[in-house]
Design a protein around this ligand. Structure first.
Ligand code: NAX
Ligand code: K
Length: 481
């Protein structure tokens, strides 16, 4: 697991560390790491470091201080460094003095655009973890002239550090170098951060338990069930899929197919698309109704079942089976409109809800808002369920407060039917007995890898994502071994 800490916790940990560290030491560690990354980016993009030009955008806090010190370090490698001070009177004084001593140039705000246009690399030291709100007009105007790669100090300025939300101008970085620990912005705003690198400044021992997590490949590989020598088709967990309709059989084919591809056990299907499902997946035992589907260890219910009384009856039936349920799509809408269906649920059986923003609004009465982690946590508490909030970055929250983020590679999952595939994956993992929060997180992880493998640079479809599920699992297992 990768730990992620809110800025409040980071600041408290930094205070403790600062109290036992010589003055300026932490910033110098941070800035040195930053300068190493800047040199690497110069070499990557221009083929050399010496003689290249770097422009620093310097705000009024320590984030600007980091940039100024990094500029001084880069001078030692004969880089031409210029600094544009957004608030000259409040620029970090020791950093500014160090840059001046090293031969760096201070450029006025008015001259800024022409320097930015000629530079090989821009370093964004406008704001860091104390930032609030979008970039102000002076910084936003400068950014319009950027055509070189951008390296963000700690985080891309203009993006909210704790939520990753953007509601105005913001820096779009090619690389972000952060210090001490990952912050929520790094998991929740990948399109603004670019590649994220963590520089160790000795903060970890002061941090305590993370506020938020991200699964890494090894976690997913360890969690993903594969058959052992003593397994048979029943011992690995049987998953039931109640999805689709005669008019809309596609959701059933996709959800059942994902369950087939995710794990090795047995998949049962119940619903009006039984013939179509059987035609696509001969290994699925398909029946017309949930009442004669047979025993399963988890149910996936919802995709394409409709929101009428028949859908309600199906949902009520599976909620009453005493096994974990992944309620997706139409099932979330039914729960939002008729919360009494949840009376059928034994409170001890896990429930996973997988809303997108619109379904979330139906469930909670208001949209997720800027703080998607807080939103998912509050829904998890309200429904006593694991809530997988879909979006560019998927957030998974458990009723006990655990939360994780899945940061995707690209936006390839934004395609019709993609959610049906995800629900099938979640169901298969639930049936294997995995902790529901981990099951939802691992499913989201493999789903997004399948999306990028299927796309490989060109738009894909839910069928493409489904087809790539085995390769995604394979890649997770091989990377981790
Ligand atoms: N505290 C520490 O021990 C360390 C801090 N470090 C750096 O220090 C940064 C935090 O520094 P600070 O707490 O000084 O704060 P920041 O550098 O994040 O900047 C806050 C300043 O920017 C202004 N500001 C806030 N929102 C703004 C906006 N939207 N547009 C323009 N200006 C805005 C505020 O008035 C405040 O003066 C970290 O992100 C990191 O880069 C690193 O040097 C590592 C060590
Ligand atoms: K920054």
């Amino acid at each position: 697991m990768q730990g992620i800490w809110t800025t409040e916790r980071i600041r408290a940990a930094e205070d403790r560390l600062l109290a036992v560290t010589p003055d300026g030491e932490l910033m110098r560690r941070a800035a040195f790491g930053l300068a190493v990354h800047a040199a690497e980016m110069l070499a990557e993009h221009t083929g050399s470091v010496s003689g290249r030009r770097v422009t620093l955008l310097v705000g009024s806090g320590n984030n600007g201080g980091d940039a100024l010190w990094a500029g001084a370090f880069l001078r030692r490698r004969n880089v031409a460094v210029s600094a544009i001070l957004l608030k000259p009177e409040r620029a970090h004084a020791p950093g500014l003095a160090a840059l001046k001593r090293s031969g760096g140039k201070i450029v006025s705000l008015e001259d800024g655009p022409q320097w930015i246009r000629r530079t090989d690399l821009v370093i964004d030291g406008i704001v860091g973890i104390s930032a609030r709100g979008p970039l102000r007009a002076d910084a936003a105007a400068l950014l319009e002239h950027v055509s070189s790669p951008v390296l963000a100090v700690d985080l891309p300025s203009g993006v909210d550090p704790d939520t990753g939300a953007v509601d105005g101008p913001a820096v779009v970085a090619d690389r972000t170098v952060t210090f001490g620990a990952l912050k929520p912005v790094h998991a929740l705003a990948p399109a603004f951060c670019g590649e994220v690198y963590l520089v160790d400044i000795g903060l970890r021992p002061e941090l305590g338990e993370p506020d938020l997590q991200r699964l890494d490949t090894a976690d997913v590989a360890a969690a993903w069930p594969v058959p052992g020598p003593d397994d048979d088709k029943y011992s690995q967990g049987v998953v039931g899929v109640a999805a689709g309709s005669a008019t809309y059989p596609g959701a059933a084919v996709l959800a059942a197919g994902a369950a087939v591809r995710a794990t090795s056990g047995l998949v049962r299907y119940a619903g009006h698309a039984a013939d179509v499902v059987r035609g696509h997946w001969p290994e699925v035992i398909a029946t017309g109704s949930v009442t004669d589907a047979g025993r399963v260890q988890a149910w996936v219910v919802g995709p394409g079942i409709g929101t009428g009384h028949e859908g309600r009856d199906v949902l009520r039936f599976v909620l009453g089976r005493g096994v974990p349920v992944c309620a997706d799509a139409d099932a979330t809408t039914i729960i939002a409109r008729s919360p009494d269906v949840l009376d059928a649920r034994d409170p001890d059986t896990p429930l996973v809800l997988t809303p997108h923003a619109g379904e979330f609004e139906r469930l909670m009465g208001s949209p997720p808002g800027a703080d998607r982690v807080a939103a998912a946590r509050s829904a998890a508490r309200k429904y006593d369920a694991v809530v997988l909030l879909k979006g560019h970055c998927t957030v998974v929250a458990a009723p006990d407060g655990r939360a994780l983020v899945n940061t995707p590679r690209g936006s390839w999952l934004a395609t019709a039917g993609s959610g049906d595939v995800l629900s099938g994956l979640v169901g298969a993992l639930l049936a294997s007995g995995l902790d529901p929060w981990l099951a939802a997180g691992a499913a989201a992880h493999v789903h997004s890898i399948a999306g990028s493998l299927a796309a490989d640079g060109a738009p894909t479809s839910a069928s493409g994502i489904l087809g790539a599920v085995p390769d995604a699992i394979r890649s997770v297992r091989s990377l981790a071994s």
